[in-house]
Design a protein around this ligand. Structure first.
Ligand code: F0G
Length: 356
């Protein structure tokens, strides 16, 4: 008989403890986040050619279906260790979902402020189901963020937006996983940019692996904002950001300066893609078997845009982070697809419709 081969993943705090701030073991709040697959794109040859190696870091497979879980396990564990009983955040949806789940798990209260009518259905359902106090602001994310910052200064509640440094510490573990999977750092790392925390965190992670001699080279960091919500590209805050990619509908990112630093230190680019380009990439990914939410597809849309500019060399390894799962936003998925056909329950009718 063959022996069972244990393969247990303990969540990012325990797996990467030598790279992260210390947390007392009994304060760790985890849903065993991380260890998401890096999946090679195989059906994109017609669009991007076959000379590039494109890998998709599918962060939608985290416990609450977005990359936010990596940072939230750190922020909530630290809040618990420090004796906090409540957390608060502003969110375009995914941070709220992760905050709600990790707070529930750790026995803390979660307060989440979201822009009314502007977050995807799946995310709202998560925050509600995990028992967060959900406050819908008649305004946008940027306005909600100003409010939660003030509340956390005045009241006994820990802010868990990415200005909380533990969030980015947790999020940098995705860069470690990419390197561990490939055995080297990619030439390029593409990702969507909203509040600009994730690009900051990845860059930190790559640099730490290089300093420790685990990798020899660093990737160029390529971040993509949505055209209607592109403050970094345009060089000024956007008062009324608009995009179909509601997760990155942000006009004044908290980590603006750090994102610019990641771009400049790595020799990368921060650019923007239109909603049409985002939806095109979103569908292309789906046709490769991978369902992500619209904001996530800004990374691949960025690759397509840069490919047209001819910046890549044959054989370049490119990683795209797909930040959230497609099921987060079923409305956009259904709007972007052909409608199902309705048929009477009769063999002949169905065969006719199938077109055999
Ligand atoms: N992709 C998704 C799916 C997101 O939810 C976010 C951010 C981003 C990309 C951008 O990452 O902010 O680190 O540049 N969502 C935040 C939220 C703002 O509230 O869920 P970023």
């Amino acid at each position: 008989m063959q022996a069972i081969k244990p393969n247990i993943w303990n969540g990012v705090i325990r797996e990467f403890q030598e790279f992260l701030p210390k947390v007392k073991d009994d304060s760790i709040v985890t849903l065993r986040e991380g260890n998401t697959p890096l999946i090679e794109a195989v059906n994109m040859g017609e669009v991007i050619g076959n000379e590039l190696k494109i890998f998709l870091k599918y962060e939608g497979l985290n416990p609450t279906c977005s990359f936010k879980d990596r940072g939230m396990t750190m922020a909530v564990s630290k809040a618990k260790e420090e004796g906090s009983h409540a957390i608060i955040c502003a969110s375009t949806g995914n941070t709220a979902a992760a905050a709600a789940a990790y707070a529930a798990r750790g026995g803390l209260r979660a307060y989440v402020l979201i822009p009314e009518g502007k977050i995807a259905l799946g995310k709202l359902s998560q925050a509600m189901m995990h028992g967060a106090a959900v406050i819908q602001i008649q305004g946008n994310f940027d306005e909600a963020l100003i409010i939660v910052k003030e509340v956390s200064k005045a009241y006994p509640v820990t802010l868990v937006n990415s200005i909380n440094p533990y969030r980015l510490e947790g999020q940098k573990t995705a860069a470690f996983e990419v390197c561990n999977h490939l055995s080297f750092a990619p030439a390029y790392h593409f990702l969507p940019v909203g509040n600009a925390g994730n690009i900051t965190a990845y860059w930190k992670g790559y640099k730490e692996f290089k300093e420790k001699g685990i990798i020899n080279t660093l990737p160029k960091m390529f971040g993509f904002e949505a055209e209607g919500a592109a403050p970094i590209v345009r060089g000024y805050a956007i008062k009324n950001p608009e995009t179909i990619a509601s997760a990155i509908r942000i006009g004044n990112p908290s980590s603006w300066e750090n994102a610019v630093k990641a771009r400049d230190e790595s020799g990368g680019v921060i650019d923007m893609v239109s909603d049409d380009e985002i939806i095109y990439a979103y569908k292309l990914l789906a046709r490769d078997g991978i369902f992500c939410e619209p904001a996530s597809a800004a990374s691949l849309a960025g690759v397509i845009k840069m490919h047209k500019k001819g910046i890549f060399k044959n054989g370049d390894t490119i990683v795209c982070t797909l930040t959230g799962h497609g099921l987060k936003d079923p409305d956009t998925a259904i709007k972007s697809s052909d409608k199902p056909i309705t048929a009477e329950p009769e063999l002949s009718k169905v065969v006719e419709l199938l077109g055999f």
